[in-house]
Design a protein around this ligand. Sequence first.
Ligand SMILES: *Cc1c(COP(=O)(O)O)cnc(C)c1O
Length: 279
Amino acid sequence: MIPMNLLGAGKKATYLNTGVWSKKAIKEARLFGEINVAYSSEEQKFNRVPTEDEYSVPEDSEYLYLVSNNTIYGTQFPTFPTTDKMLVCDMSSDILSRRLDVSKFGLIFAGAQKNMGPAGVTVVIIRDDLLDRTPEKIPTMLCYKTHADNDSMFNTPPCFSIYVVGEVLKWLKKQGGVVAMEKRNQEKAALLYAAIDATDYYRGHAEPASRSLMNISFNLPSPELEAQFIGEATKVGLNGLKGHRSIGGCRASIYNAFPREGVVKLVEFMQEFEKNNPA
Ligand SMILES: *Cc1c(COP(=O)(O)O)cnc(C)c1O
């Protein structure tokens, strides 16, 4: 929908390829405009995001597209690009996890299912003036203006999922809002990365400067030990540690809702496992 609404014949945009979700976005965008991929970490198994001196954004780009947190690989932009081009960002896996300056963005979107609630809801924050830039010949349903003009009720929305997102937002407010979440997320991730860095037994996938606070991907000395680790962890209630099939290994997803106690328990489990199963 983004390139369909914001590009068109002869229009250009710049994309940063930092994982599977940006790669898919690039493929779709090429249907609607001229796409410049200014950076890619694909050859390094997407283990990092670029610093600003590693790419440039051509003057004729309508926007710079990035994925703020790369869910599968466990990398995250620690800060957002300072280019004067407007940013367009997929924040599906880290929205509401840290503070940010919304004014730098033309459009932010996020599927609810990581940090906000059940699947089926997608939040879109779009700058008002962009609603009028949409080419005329696009399907009504796929035009952002349609949804803005109809208070998100052009079609029947998934009411229950939206209701649950509302409840999650009330919970988040009670916790102290995004400011408190950011602090808590930094603390949680620091505990886990410290455990990984304390030994050669565990190896983090992401380069340290690109480390995600939401998804922590790591490896053990062998795939056999990883399988055993995941199996034993599941038995003590530490679930979902299997890495995405595209990179294997282990991944701890510690979104807003995941408690600090769970991270502490995982760190203890990791130390115990290493002791009992030397490489
Ligand atoms: C999960 C995720 C998606 C995909 O969400 P779907 O609703 O499954 O299509 C896209 N981008 C990012 C960054 C994600 O983490």
